[in-house]
Design a protein around this ligand. Sequence first.
Ligand code: BGC
Length: 320
Amino acid sequence: MLKKVGVTGFFALFMLNAGLMLYFGRETFQVTSNAQQPSHYSYHFVLISEEVDNEYWRLVEKGAEAASRKHNIHLDYWGPKQANNEEQLTFIDKAIASKVDGIMTQGVSSDTFNYLVNKSVQKGIPLITVDTDAPESVRMAYVGSDNYLAGKLAGETMIKQTSGLQKVGIVTGRFDASNQQLRVKGFKDAVSNVSRIQIAGIGESNITKSGAIQATYELLKNHRNITAFYGTSALDGLGISQVASLYQQKKRPFIIAFDTLPETLTLLNKQKIDATVAQYPFVMGERAVETLFSIKKGAYPGSLQYTKTDIMTKLKGSHP
Ligand code: BGC
């Protein structure tokens, strides 16, 4: 008797469940298919940026997506809304807790970052840095520009393309980002033996155009004799140029920017800026996925995977 009740109960539950499935068929199917999606992929990787909607990082993401498609990898792209080290570190911790198969992240110079990289690698989740290295951590590789050399290139360009005394204002993305520090150091080292080129001051843009505008105003207010600017992150040159365009009565300052976002190239072609250091963010994203993929397959490509950097001018090589 008990057995009969049990079987009937089970049958009733089964029918109820089947009925609900039919009733909510579409939703039920979609939820199931989404939940199962990752298992169709070879690996699940996460890319963590300095700032999620930054145009430059969207190019890194595009490159990473292209390589992920090729290898049937499920790619997530995460990052703080506005550059913020702590939030970025929380995303890394979340990726580790989610047991992803590999992590690509901008490097951060901090003990907490090093601790998280350690934790990731110890849990068998390879982690590599992209765009900015953190060589003091146990990250398995770095894919990105040689930021010190990129800064040197900017300094050498300033030497080649200017004449006479130059008082330089530097607008940098973030004082505590090590790629920015290296770009400033490379620049300073390149001009250190050229007495006519002097650094007047340095301001921080917080990697936004509005921040770069503000930093440029501040620099001009405190150092009225500035004759040249160097912007070390993707939106800095745009902010510098916007302020410089208001100083039409005087000769506009010489401007070296960073990166080749469309607006920067337009300014270059209109001769509103003089040069820009080209990085290859799409290639960085592609190579980062390829590197992580080969690590997963047991191959260990070199730990320093530098991507190219070039100087771009409107009339390449023939600037006065
Ligand atoms: C840097 C990135 C930075 C971006 C900000 C680029 O030049 O390589 O680290 O996030 O500028 O716009």
